[in-house]
Design a protein. Structure first.
Length: 98
């Protein structure tokens, strides 16, 4: 039996073909940590809002993640509340930017 030799370029093509497009888009969201983008105190407030809103077991509510990712989790969570129950008014107010 011959061993299969995989090159880095081939592997990159293979992975790109099986990774869903939405995951590829998220990867390009930004690599600047939220705390570096808006400051430590503001990032901590945003993370707290994220944890308060998100029903996920492992939400992306962390100051080292991009602020856009954290805000998207809050928006996603508000859409879930909108469909199933009362909105947390302090987190999901119309036009509110976390």
């Amino acid at each position: 039996m011959k061993a299969l030799r995989v090159t880095g370029a081939w592997l990159a093509v293979a992975v790109a073909s099986i990774v869903p497009p939405f995951a590829q888009a998220q990867a390009g969201q930004g690599t600047v940590a939220c705390r570096d983008e808006i400051g430590s105190a503001a990032a901590k407030r945003l993370v707290t809002q994220c944890f308060d809103a998100s029903p996920a077991t492992h939400p992306p509510c962390n100051v080292v993640n991009p602020c856009a990712m954290i805000r998207e989790e809050i928006a996603r969570s508000c859409k879930l509340f909108e469909a199933s129950g009362p909105l947390p008014a302090d987190l999901c107010a119309t036009g509110r930017t976390p």
